[in-house]
Design a protein around this ligand. Sequence first.
Ligand SMILES: [Zn+2]
Length: 284
Amino acid sequence: MKKIDKTTQWLQNHLTLLECPVCHDKFQRVIDQQLVCVNGHSININKHGYVYFLRHGVRSEYDRPMLLARRAILEAGFFRGILTKINQYLSKQAMTILDVGTGEGTPIVQLEKARSDVSDTYVGFDISRAGVQLATQLDTHAFFCLADLRQLPFADHSFDAIMELFSPSDYQEFRRILKKQGKVFKVIPTANYLHEMRELLYANNDQHQQYDNSAVRELFAQNFPQHEIVNINYQFAVPQNLRSSMIEMSPLHWGKNVRKLTDAEIQQLTSVTVDVDLLIGTVN
Ligand SMILES: [Zn+2]
């Protein structure tokens, strides 16, 4: 089945999950490879199988080479420990799950595989067209789209869970689209996260050597009084052929005082620390 036909079918079956980004009203039908809302606004379904809900262009620094490096690292299991932990908190029943800042889509597909015994509904969105294009090529039942975090094209109280790995949040929008008792799973780095890479890339006194997540935790707590925080800590052994991808996949190498590494230095990156806080908030 062609991607566009698969997506058309998905949209026909899940029309009530979505809302029109122009008038915020319901979509009524899918016709001629277009989503049409009750007020007659229409949005094309792309031939690659995704939908572009953005109303204006958004610049993303995640280009294709970086996204491909990221995919190689994620496929090697970089996020496995994080996804396993999130899955422990998810219902054993089928759920509707949104992945915020889905990038090239691997995390959502890995979660889908881990939960292959339940038929969840998965949606991933990003502002990076290169990311969403790569995501739609994956073997998955997930639906991918380009969308604006501040104006999500999803209906009120339509999702059971929101997953958000190292991405910005809009808590007001999250609360709007989550069902009652729905949950947000937000993953943020701690000071220890990827410290081996920071030490290689930056001088001792550089600001990139430090990171404090307390402000993010505080804002989360204000938005979700009913919440818990779980620390996740493990080492990821970086396969020898993926050490330069490990550096390339992270925004850490964009810093203005970044050191240029030699091949020998890149090969020193045998293992990295994944030390993150998983913030779990419940809508009451
Ligand atoms: Zn509309």
